[in-house]
Design a protein around this ligand. Structure first.
Ligand code: ATP
Ligand code: MG
Length: 315
């Protein structure tokens, strides 16, 4: 019997439903919640697959998962890549691969990180070339962390004054300033196993519980484009479980947010139809992975996708 383990945090609905669904299918693969104590160098992990929904918040789990992967456990998502990746790198890779992304600038943190002083920043231009940055990105723009999620520290700024007010609240978080896309449609898409895509109209301007009740109706061409972009992005970055957000302006879908390796899958949030899709597709994917058996991860893929340098075109 192969075994799938689920590692999760505060979620209520998705993990138990997934365990139940995998066990209900009775395909020679059992699922359960992971149980873990102290981890030794010689720890043998009893799981063939672990679905990681929480290591972004629990560093102990991330460290444990890296050793599980070393032992061949198929960890979804790859804990090494998740640790190395960030959203600014994502934008840069996508740009080089010819995927439309908003103009984005990486900014030094407002405050010194703990245990550093002004001397730690002797390489930093001071004052920063702010006017060049504002001219490049324009207004309105979004000031948001280069890593993270849950809309934390995401600010829409309409002017230089608003930018500096927002920036002054960001402490030592590394931020990006990004061109605002004035969209007519917005989509959030699940991509599972780098093969299966589910496109969800999403209205970020609605209250939280109504965001998946959007009435954008994508044309068949738009659906095809979004699906191709999702597959390309997940194959470039090597994520097996991800959501990708697109804001559509003048018919062009701009990839806005696509480093979500533990995306929201709560029934109450994503709504029943989307929940059923993510539940069934994840169950099928994890069962297949468990049947393939253990395997140590191979190298990253993004270097295979880089074109001739999209970033240069914007200069
Ligand atoms: N460049 C942009 N143009 C237009 N809207 C944007 C842009 N960047 C962010 N937004 C808006 O802000 C919201 C939050 O931004 P983003 O998704 O990048 O942050 P997050 O914290 O990663 O969110 P999540 O919880 O989805 O992971 C988006 O859903 C979108 O509505
Ligand atoms: Mg988002």
């Amino acid at each position: 019997m192969k075994k799938v383990g689920l590692l999760f945090g505060m979620e209520q609905t998705f993990p138990p439903a997934l365990v139940e669904e995998i066990n209900r299918r009775d395909q020679g693969v059992a699922a359960e919640f992971v149980k873990i104590g102290g981890v030794t160098l010689e720890s043998l992990f009893e799981y063939d697959v672990i679905l990681d929904r929480i290591s972004q918040d629990v560093p102990f789990y991330r460290a444990m998962l890296k050793v599980a992967a070393l032992n061949g456990v198929r960890v979804v998502n790859n804990p090494f890549w998740w640790s190395a990746d960030d959203k600014f790198f994502n934008y840069a890779v996508a740009d080089k691969a010819g995927i439309p992304v908003p103009k984005t600038v990486l900014l030094p943190s407002k405050n010194h990180p703990p245990d550093t002083t002004a001397d730690s920043f002797r390489n930093l231009m001071f004052p920063l070339n702010w006017q060049d940055i504002f001219d490049y990105v324009g207004f309105p723009s979004y000031l948001k962390p280069f890593d993270g999620g849950g809309w934390k520290h995401v600010y829409k700024v309409d002017s230089i004054e608003e930018f500096f007010t927002a920036y002054s609240e960001t402490a030592d978080i590394v931020m990006t300033l990004q061109e605002g896309i004035d969209f007519t449609e917005y989509y959030r898409c699940y991509c599972i196993g780098r093969k299966h895509v589910h496109i969800m109209p999403y209205e970020p301007r609605n209250a939280h519980h109504l965001r998946y009740k959007a009435d954008f109706a994508p044309s068949p061409e738009m659906l095809k484009t979004l699906e191709e972009l999702c597959l390309k992005i997940c194959n470039i970055l090597g994520y097996d479980f991800n959501t990708i957000e697109f804001a559509v302006r003048d018919g062009i879908p701009y990839a806005i947010d696509y480093m979500n390796p533990a995306p929201d899958a709560e029934r109450t949030s994503v709504q029943e139809e989307n929940f059923q899709w993510v539940l069934n597709t994840t169950a099928t994917f994890l069962i297949d992975l468990a049947k393939q058996g253990r395997q140590v991860p191979t190298e990253f893929h993004w270097s295979n996708f880089i074109g001739t340098g999209g970033a240069k075109k914007k200069k």
